[in-house]
Design a binder for this molecule. Structure first.
Ligand code: C2E
Ligand code: MG
Ligand code: MG
Length: 623
């Protein structure tokens, strides 16, 4: 038989229980089991003592634990509270004083005091949450984050709730813990800011743009997308350095931001010199006004390093759901419209229009095909003779690229060269042209056709490539071309960046290469720049030659260009000579060289060889 004392049971009950379990009664006890009774008394005395000790010890332990817990709760950074719904008794830890900046006394006296400190925007959310302890029975706990305002400062708190219910489903107790998470929130905000803001302009960045745009479109909100690209921004970087470029971008961003109201939409920096404006309006009149406004913001020059720099934007606009029904198409259409704006002479805006679509699609498809054109052997050169007007003899050829594609057939260079320029393919295409033309020139020389100057067209983008001069020189070495027979044709637009142009031209001139200005008269050339650069030839644009016999004005322009060239000791080539009348006039005006259908169309190299043979035979007969 064994008796296990029950902690906390009243002494009398234990005693009675003991007698009952031992099957003893007082009569027997009294009738003289002395030894046994002595033994029993000792056991009882020992048991009572032990029981008392146990109880006291337990109480002490309990108190100790309670104090420990209280001190832990009071010293914790969190504020802990508990409310007994049956008695409506509330207990709060000292943490409340720290977080809410009120004394516990005040908090106990005015139980709803904390509600006064809720940040107005979060008030509804917080109250709703704190009153929701009755819901979601059985769930481990609920958490919410909201803001409170103390002493003019906003604090972020995280509140966790957990409740217990009785078997009737009534809430018995709710425990809560409140943590000050301001620091965590601040660093989260900072990280968010870094992730979603462009550090240079402080505008929202591309990540932010895609998120916001995607959200708008998913919500089916009408949206117009403006893609704003700064025209010739690269020139600013090249001429004034990247720091100046950065300053300009920063200032441009500031101007855009202040020109556009928040209600109209949000402007983002997409990257480089591209800004995107996600507009909340789609009405064409409003969009036109906004586009005009954006153009206007850049009209006054940017004062950077004491220079007044003027930069213009090209803007493409597409709308959702008017033009496009998805984000991809919206971007594609705005981008295409922007490219059309550039093609139309920059500093303007262009709305996407379905009629542009075929053009855009063709362009995209051409670009794709062009990427493979070199290794597929689809590119080849035509050579157009240049003729000495006095002797009628061929003095040189201009190499003109041709592209024969299996899908698109023959594509004009006027169409694919701009695509190559935009896509960067011009560098490899340009190198291919140079090599091919040099090899042809060399072959003609070796085959005894003679030594002719070879003119090669160089695009601005190709010329401005930092490796241009080195690659050029390397190709000349590789093909053993005589550099003095090589003439590069550059356009007036290259001269905008005089210092850089001069630096590259000087390197080419050093090895004896000649330089022509192509399509002269159609661009912008200042006389001082013409004098500064080491040029050899001006090619009068064919638009002036066309009417040289019929229009006095055109004739005067041609005469002036020829005189100017002579004064600067430059050669002159008239382009697009088609009639004997034009030839006659050009001779009269003192032009030395002509090129045009009157003499010959651009020819395959075999045709050019035939022409050279004919010329040689004619010369023999004349001799
Ligand atoms: P461009 O350099 O001014 O070349 C002259 C253009 O006028 C050529 O057009 C030529 O075929 C055309 N032409 C020649 N004589 C006459 C004429 O009497 N009447 C008329 N109406 N046209 C004449 P093409 O070959 O279509 O080339 C167009 C432009 O494409 C060239 O103009 C040049 O800017 C560019 N281009 C051609 N080949 C290359 C190249 O290899 N590289 C680069 N970057 N551009 C090239
Ligand atoms: Mg040319
Ligand atoms: Mg030309």
């Amino acid at each position: 038989m064994k008796y296990i004392g029950r902690v906390g049971t009243p002494l009398f009950a234990d005693f009675a229980y003991f007698f009952w379990t031992m099957k003893l009664d007082f009569a027997q006890f009294y009738n003289g089991y002395h030894l046994l009774s002595l033994f029993f008394f000792s056991v009882i005395a020992w048991w009572i003592g032990r029981h008392y000790d146990d109880n006291r010890h337990l109480n002490e332990k309990l108190m100790e634990k309670r104090n420990e817990l209280q001190s832990l709760l009071d010293n914790a950074d969190a504020a802990i509270w508990s409310i007994d719904h049956r008695t409506n008794r509330m207990s709060l830890s000292k943490g409340f004083e720290k977080i809410l900046d009120v004394s516990l006394q005040e908090a106990y006296t005015e139980r709803t005091l904390w509600q006064k400190y809720l940040y107005h925007e979060d008030c509804h959310k917080a109250l709703h949450f704190l009153r929701s302890y009755k819901d979601d029975k059985g769930e481990a706990g609920k958490t919410a984050e909201f803001r409170i305002v103390r002493n003019g400062q906003i604090k972020w708190v995280e509140v966790k709730l957990s409740s217990t219910w009785n078997e009737k489903g009534e809430p018995v107790k709710t425990n809560g813990i409140v943590l000050d998470i301001t620091e965590r929130k601040t660093s989260e905000e900072r990280i968010k800011q870094l992730a979603y803001t462009d550090s240079l302009t402080e505008l929202p960045n591309r990540t932010s743009l895609f998120m916001d745009l995607n959200k708008r479109l998913q919500e089916g909100k009408e949206t117009a997308l403006f893609i704003i690209d700064l025209d010739r921004f690269k020139t600013v970087n090249d001429s004034f350095g990247h720091l100046a470029g950065d300053t300009l971008l920063k200032e441009a961003a500031g101007r855009f931001k202040s020109a556009l109201s928040k209600e109209s939409g949000c402007i983002y920096r997409f990257g480089g010199d591209e800004f995107w404006f996600v507009c909340h309006k789609t009405n064409k009149v409003q969009l036109t006004l906004l586009a005009e406004k954006l153009l206007h913001t850049l009209t006054s020059p940017f004062m950077i390093q004491d220079h007044g720099i003027v930069i213009t934007p090209s803007i493409g606009i597409s709308t959702f759901p008017g033009d496009a029904d998805s984000m991809d198409t919206l971007l594609m259409y705005a981008d295409s419209a922007m490219r059309i704006a550039k093609e139309k002479g920059r500093n303007n805006y262009q709305f996407f229009h379905s009629s542009l679509y075929n053009k855009i699609q063709r362009k995209a498809a051409l670009e794709k095909e062009l990427r493979r054109a070199i290794w597929k052997g689809e590119l080849f050169l035509h050579y157009q003779p240049q003729v000495d007007l006095a002797t009628s003899q061929i003095t040189g050829f201009e190499a003109l690229i041709r592209w024969e594609n299996e899908r698109f057939g023959s594509v004009s260079p006027s169409e694919f060269i701009p695509i190559a320029e935009e896509s960067g393919l011009i560098t490899s295409i340009g190198e291919w042209v140079l090599k091919e033309a040099c090899l042809q020139s060399k072959r003609w020389e070796q085959q005894g056709y003679g030594r002719f100057s070879m003119s090669i067209n160089i695009s601005v983008q190709q010329f401005q490539n930092r490796y241009f001069a080195d690659t050029f020189k390397a190709l000349i070495r590789e093909t053993h071309m005589d550099p003095s027979l090589l003439q590069i044709e550059i356009t007036e637009s290259i001269m905008q960046n005089t210092q850089e142009t001069k630096h590259i031209l000087d390197q080419l001139k050093e090895i004896g290469v000649k330089v022509s200005i192509d399509d002269f008269g159609t661009g912008y050339s200042s006389l001082s720049v013409l004098k500064e650069l080491q040029l050899d030839c001006l090619k009068i644009d064919q638009s002036f030659i066309r009417d040289v016999t019929t229009s006095k004005k055109e004739a005067a322009i041609v005469k002036n260009i020829i005189d100017l060239a002579h004064n600067l000791e430059l050669n002159v080539v008239a382009e697009g000579v088609e009639t004997a009348g034009q030839l006659c006039m050009l001779k009269k005006l003192g032009c030395q060289t002509g090129q045009g259908y009157l003499f010959s169309k651009p020819l395959f190299h075999q045709e050019a060889e035939e022409l050279l043979v004919q010329e040689q035979q004619k010369m023999k007969i004349d001799a």
